[in-house]
Design a protein around this ligand. Structure first.
Ligand code: PLP
Length: 460
């Protein structure tokens, strides 16, 4: 059979010109930014792969929704549309709107966690773990070991290790575990999915012990696509049915709508239990806003309601979304550059420890490689390694995560295939001259979440 190309199920109606800079300008810009891509001005960035959070392009139907949003303080029609979309697409009867994902994590953690509790989860996410600990809980990682191995070609590197979970339950007792925090398409593992079989088994194990399962369903759509591709028996399912099926093995979910849901801001907590919903709403009015808008304007809720339906309106959107990420990953892999494989749902993760094997970890290879890629082409990625991991508060030494990565996160419906070609060519060019890249040292190290604002200089 001859190969037939697929393409994006949309065309471009409005364009946003991109800044084109010279190498000389970029060399100045990276020095001014202290070799930290978070400190670059977006006007100095050509292709921005810093994050896929809040960077999606909305459809004409969503933009029209902005005009039609109902800004009533109480009882907004747009809130009703949001609740209906969440109930239809995710299957949860109770929706609590928040300003973004971490707002939902905050409310959920405050409602369910008592100081001293333990919350097992499949790898941590920064804000999720923060709110669990802020509520007095302790997070314990129960993801499968393959998640930490960049080369293990496991189809479901996001799976919960049931033996690890059982061991935590045996050790601390089910009554100390208010819920298990299960993330779909695990972000920090590189956008790696879990299987439905694993999620169902996790849910069954928790039910036997009277423990709730709360999803971080931020990336449930991308996970659904991987299940369709990789898990026997689901080839013919629609992603709409698979998202519903995923959520059926849970008691509720927090969602950052800045990802799958195709909006620039927003999020929600959704649950089945009306009593949990009642407690959440009473906290919501103190921390976010009235229960019929949480942290969002009416127009934001309208665009979100439409984005939720649009993401599962046929499989073509997610096929193109994940297809574009895989396209870029394949190009970079074929250029011989070591990346996390299989390629995940939202970005390509380059193994900087391998690329810059001549640099010790304390000279921040991923930070240095991210800066070098920017100087080469104006492509902005992000460090996910020793700088992001921060310091151990007790010993004062760096945390040393096993993974030392440059993340290239792809915004949804924003860039074209030619942009991906440019990115891959730049990565290839930097890889050819990798031995010239020097290590970095701090000139300024913030006390908290240091990766956002740290400054560096090259080591002579
Ligand atoms: C982005 C993200 C969050 C946090 O959501 P915000 O909207 O940034 O507050 C939580 N979990 C996952 C998996 C995410 O990707």
């Amino acid at each position: 059979m001859t190969r037939r190309s697929w393409a994006e199920p949309w065309r471009i109606k409005m364009v946003e010109p991109l800044p084109i800079t010279t190498r000389e300008q970029r060399e100045k810009a990276i020095v001014a930014a202290g070799y930290n891509t978070f400190l670059l001005q977006s006007d100095d960035v050509y292709i921005d792969l810093l994050t896929d959070s809040g960077t999606s392009a909305m459809s004409d139907h969503q933009w029209a929704g902005l005009m039609e949003g109902d800004e009533a303080y109480a009882g907004s029609r747009s809130f009703r549309h949001l609740c209906e979309a969440v109930a239809d697409v995710y299957g949860y009867p109770e929706t609590i709107p928040t300003h973004q994902g971490r707002g939902a994590e905050h409310i959920l953690s405050q409602v369910l966690i008592t100081p001293g509790d333990v919350i097992p989860g499949n790898m941590y996410f920064t804000t999720t773990r923060f709110h669990q600990e802020h509520a007095g809980g302790r997070f314990v990682d129960v993801i499968v070991d393959e998640a930490h191995d960049t080369e293990a070609l496991h189809p479901f590197k996001g799976n919960v290790d049931l033996a690890k979970l059982q061991a935590v339950i045996d050790e601390v007792g089910a009554e100390r575990i208010p819920y298990v925090s299960v993330e779909t398409n695990v972000n920090m593992a590189g956008g790696q999915p879990m299987s439905l079989a694993n999620l169902e088994a996790t849910y069954d194990l928790c039910r036997r012990h009277g423990i709730l399962v709360m999803l971080d369903a931020t990336r449930a759509l991308e996970n659904a696509w991987f299940i369709k591709q990789r898990e026997a028996g689901y080839e013919d399912w629609s992603v709409a049915d698979l998202v519903r099926r995923i959520c059926s093995f849970s008691d509720g979910a927090t969602v950052s709508s800045k990802k799958d849901n195709l909006v620039n801001i927003g999020g929600f907590l959704a649950v089945r239990d009306p009593e949990i919903a009642r407690e959440a709403r009473s906290l919501l009015v103190a921390f976010e806003g009235l229960h019929t808008y949480g942290g969002m304007s009416g127009r934001d809720m309208e665009a979100l309601a439409r984005g939720i339906r649009e993401m599962v309106d046929g499989d073509d959107h997610v096929r193109a979304r994940v297809g574009q990420v895989e396209y870029l990953g394949d190009l970079i892999h074929k250029a011989g550059v070591p990346i996390i494989r299989p390629v995940g749902g939202h970005g390509v993760f380059i193994d900087a420890a391998k690329v810059l094997a001549h640099l010790p970890r304390d000279e921040f290879p991923a930070q240095a490689l991210t800066a070098a890629v920017y100087v080469d082409s104006g492509v902005r990625g992000m460090e996910r390694g020793i700088v992001s991991a921060g310091r151990d508060p007790v010993t004062g030494d760096h945390h040393r995560p096993r993974l030392e990565l440059v993340r290239l996160a792809i915004p949804r419906r924003v860039y074209t295939q030619s942009h991906m070609d440019v990115v891959a060519e730049s990565i290839g060019a930097v890889y050819e001259t990798r031995e010239q890249i020097r290590g970095l040292r701090f000139t300024y190290e913030p006390d908290h979440l240091r990766f956002f604002q740290a400054r560096f200089e090259p080591i002579a």
